[in-house]
Design a protein around this ligand. Structure first.
Ligand code: F0G
Length: 405
């Protein structure tokens, strides 16, 4: 296994455990190249299922259970039993969206209540492996909570850069609880990311999703989802988009599984952004070749309040390779969809509700078949942003259109 430049025209390679954050030749992002597995898909499916009866910490993790598709060489892994997240049938939500076969892959069931733990178990394991003493990230809240927790488990110092005033109180509380050092940045996530990129050095191991090891862990959500679906690919996988690492990671998983013979077809990947933080959706609609960052991103879904997503090229590649697309939804649509997910007894944080909002829009416009098999990925737990919930219920019109029957 090794690192490779994600720019296919460059494709420069580096050793797997090199600490470079970007390609030394062309400066594009790096990705991990996984060696093709030696076992057949049928054999691996059996091994992965058998591991569910084991108490080996690697097998109790819903990430490391699929380790044949992860970076290797580690003598010690930092795990908290991440993954193992349910695939839940939408009921009222499906009816509301006008769909017959909707499921939610709920990654809010993770140890710190969001999908970032899937990536952090691999990222912090790698940090330990390369001898880091401190780890850092910029964050809209979730990455920092996850980083702080996994760093605490590993005995590493955590330093997180947060946009002052734009991180939910619940997420900030997690970061403080896990003992991270907090740098409040006067600016948005993009400014916080730029600042940590200036500060990151040999003494601070950088763990935003530019780090390819993070994405290796995050991609495993697709493995678990497909196992839960009996390895039958759904027609669509719908995922919120912020810095665009997660959609890219999911695309990588699907491509790897398809190439290894696990899947007959690739699901179409749909990435959903908030209207006020929608640089990829704008690029998609305009047909432009380069991303024009949104200078002042604005959305109540603060997790995805990002104007200059670093993984946009990887995400675009995923959309092209899976015949997918990107769209955006308004804050009002997000609030309604979120309330509806709550009514289904599931709950999620605002950014996650972009998925249901988008599906309803697509169904109403006749752009998605009623009987399509759809998986919407819920990235964070409802308790990640309780102010949003209370405020939208106090502000009555926000929930107009949500049927409570
Ligand atoms: N959903 C939630 C709940 C998130 O926290 C994020 C990103 C996303 C979706 C988007 O994922 O960035 O990979 O496209 N949160 C980051 C953070 C930016 O700092 O917690 P993405």
């Amino acid at each position: 296994m090794h690192l490779r430049c994600s720019n296919t025209e460059c494709a420069a390679t580096l050793d797997l455990h090199d600490r470079a954050l970007s390609c030394p030749v062309c400066a594009e992002l790096l990705e991990v190249v996984i060696d093709p597995p030696t076992l057949s898909p049928a054999e691996l499916r059996r091994v992965w299922l058998e591991r569910r009866c084991s108490y080996d910490p690697r097998d109790l993790s819903g990430v490391w259970r699929f380790r044949e598709f992860l970076p290797d060489g580690y003598s010690e892994i930092v795990t908290m039993g991440e993954g193992n997240c349910p695939l839940i049938k939408g009921k009222k939500t499906a009816q509301w969206a006008g769909l017959g076969n909707l499921r939610f892959k709920h990654l809010g069931w993770n140890p710190t209540a969001c999908f970032k733990d899937l990536g952090m178990t691999v990222g912090v394991t790698e940090a330990l492996f390369v001898g880091a003493k401190a780890v850092g990230c910029a964050s809209t809240g979730n990455t920092s909570g996850s980083l702080a927790a996994y760093a605490a488990r590993a005995g590493l110092h955590a330093k997180v850069y947060l946009p002052a005033g734009y991180v939910s109180a619940n997420k900030l509380a997690q970061v403080l609880d896990f003992g991270a050092e907090v740098v409040q940045v006067d600016g948005n996530f993009d400014a916080a990311l730029a600042q940590i990129l200036r500060d990151a050095n040999d003494g601070l191991y950088f763990l935003n999703s530019i780090n390819p090891f993070r994405l290796e862990g995050q991609k495993i959500a697709m493995f678990e989802m497909l196992e839960q679906l009996g390895w039958q690919a759904p027609d669509y996988v719908v995922v919120p988009g912020g810095n665009l690492g997660n959609g890219s990671a999911f695309g990588k998983a699907l491509e790897e599984l398809h190439a290894a013979g696990f899947l007959d077809k690739l699901p179409r990947m749909v990435i959903v952004q908030a209207e006020g933080a929608n640089p990829l959706a704008k690029l998609w609609r305009s047909g432009a070749r380069e991303l024009h960052p949104v200078e002042e991103p604005e959305t109540a879904a603060t997790a995805i309040r990002i104007g200059n997503p670093r993984s946009w090229k990887k995400a675009l590649r995923t959309l092209h390779r899976t015949n997918g697309f990107v769209m955006d939804v308004s804050d009002q649509e997000i609030a309604e969809a979120k309330a509806m997910i709550g009514r289904d007894g599931i709950g999620c944080e605002p950014a996650s509700a972009t998925t249901l909002a988008a599906l309803r829009k697509l169904a109403r416009q006749g752009e998605i078949d009623r009987d399509a098999v759809v998986v919407a990925v819920l990235t964070g737990h409802a308790l990640k942003d309780t102010d949003f919930i209370v405020n939208s219920h106090l502000r009555e019109p926000a929930l107009e259109g949500v049927c409570c029957a």
